[in-house]
Design a protein around this ligand. Sequence first.
Ligand SMILES: [Zn+2]
Length: 291
Amino acid sequence: MGRAIGVLAMEHVAVAVVEGARIAGPVRFFPDKGDAADTLRDVPGEEIAESIRRQAQLAAEGAEVTALGVGVPGVILEGVVAESPNLQQLKGLDLQRILKAAFPAAAIRILNDADTVAAGIAATRGELDRLVRVWTLGTGVGFGRYPWQPGMWEGGHCVVTLDPKERFCGCGGVGHLEGIMGHRAMRLRFLDLEPEEVFENARQGDERCRDFARLWHRALAAATATSIHFDGPGKFYISGPNARFVDGALLNMFLHEMVKMSPLQGSFLEVLHTSDEVAIIGAAVSAARGA
Ligand SMILES: [Zn+2]
């Protein structure tokens, strides 16, 4: 029987066989966790592609690979990594072509990592028949959508303020969501406080931090409202390490202030802690369903 394989290339290349909506067998990592140089940061792009190929081959254990999905941080255009701010050595890499040459019988799918998270949530929660959107809050801000549709979908960089002083986004753009919500951006804004301390101080009533916490939630509500006005209402998940800062009640209140037309009502926001496994499952499911 053929194998569907999911890959997430972020800190590591993480690879596993996926059956249905679950991981079957071990998750393989490159570089190995615990190695001296244990992240991909300094690994050349060609070598990352080769490790994906090799790990996928090992995971298949001699069986034919029928579907191979890969989640990569960045802008993916027809299987090519067009831009990857966090793994810059991947820029220009034609992963689709490289992996198709290695696995000619497989359906190959290269996706933005947030899209694999959205697909993984849809698969593991039985929502493959629905529109699932996810915000991933980490160093930057990702936006994932299932089902996948062609487009740029750089939701983390949508403009949520016209204040020209808002220029902390990693991409350099002014007024972006990531420039308010991204971990890196928060550290640039509060040079004297870590993001954890900002939210803790906000709870204690510190005025500057409380104002920022409200801005942070309003920014996410604004970006969600924009998605609703373009793409309709529905379910939004919030995941990633900084989802822990989300106050769901505050976020929903701001969202309701921003979305008033009746056909656009009925969206729902949920904080969901996802693991790498969810993205691996989403990558494999996307490749298998695209076949
Ligand atoms: Zn930006």
